[in-house]
Design a protein around this ligand. Sequence first.
Ligand SMILES: [Zn+2]
Length: 303
Amino acid sequence: MAAVDPDLPLRQAAVAAARKLGQDYDDLVPRTRLSDGFTFDGARVSFGSFQRGIHRARIQRGPAALTVTTSFKDPYADTFDAAGALFTYAYRAGPIDQPDNRALRAAYELQTPLVYFRALAPGQYLVVAPMFVTADDPVARSVVLEPGLPVQDMQPGGLVSGPDMRAYATREARIRLHQQRFKLDVMRAYRHRCAICALRERSLVQAAHIVPDADPHGIASVVNGLALCAIHHLAFDRSVLGIDPDGVVHIARRLLKETDGPMLRTGLQGFHGEAIALPRQPEDRPDPARLQVRFDRFELAAA
Ligand SMILES: [Zn+2]
C-alpha cells in the first residue's frame, strides 16, 4: 500500500486550475497565462518555470513532483507513442537520485496525480491533468505517464482509475493532442489566413476539417485541413459553400440567386468560381480525394 501524499489538496487545486485553463484556451494555453500559477490556501503557487522540467513547488510537504513540462525544442526526449498510446518522460540528465529525478520517481511511488504540460509550439502548451506515473524504468531512465480521472473523482491515497478508465483517458488525451497539432499545422501551412478570403485576424481564423474527424477518412492531418475564417468555416460545414477537388469555390445555387447585403454579395457570392489559396509546400496541400468526398456531399445538400 502506497503512503498517503500530504500534498493531495494542493494537487487537486493544481489539477483543477490547469484543467480550467485548458478549457478557457481551447486546449492550447499560452505560457504567459501558465506563468501566473494558481492559488491554494490564499497563496500563489507556481506551475513551474516552463523550461522542460520536473517541478516541485516550494510549499509542498511531500517529495513528489507537482508538474512536468516537455520542451518544444526537444520533442524526442519525451515521446508520445501514437501506436501504443503511452506518454513517456525522460529523467533529467545526471545522477538518478538528483532532486528532480527523485521527485519524479516519488510521484510513481506515491501514485499521486500531477499536471503535465506538453509544449506543442513555442510558448503554447496542451495540459493533461490529472496525469499519473504508472511505470518507472531506472535503466531506460524514463517513466510512463497515463492520464487519470478528473479531480472530483480522485481519492486520497492514489489511483482510483482502473485500467479501462486509464485507457479511456489516454485515448481522450491523445485525441486532444492530435487535434491541437492539426490546428497548429493547418495554421502554419496557410500562414494564419483564410484560404478563401485571406482574412488573417487570428481570433477569427480556424482549422477546418475537409472530411469531418468522426468519419473514417477524417484524419487530423494537414492534408485533411483548411484554414477558414469563421463565416467560411460555417458556410463550408453547412454545405452552402463547397470546394471542388481543384480547389475552386462553389456557392450553393440557392444563395447565388438571393439578394442581400455585402456579406452575401462580397463575402459569399463574390468567391463563386474563385480558387482557394494553397499552402506553399506541396505536402501541406489539401488531398483532392478528400475534397472530392466532401464536394459530393455539398452537391447533394445544395442540389
Ligand atoms: Zn474567409
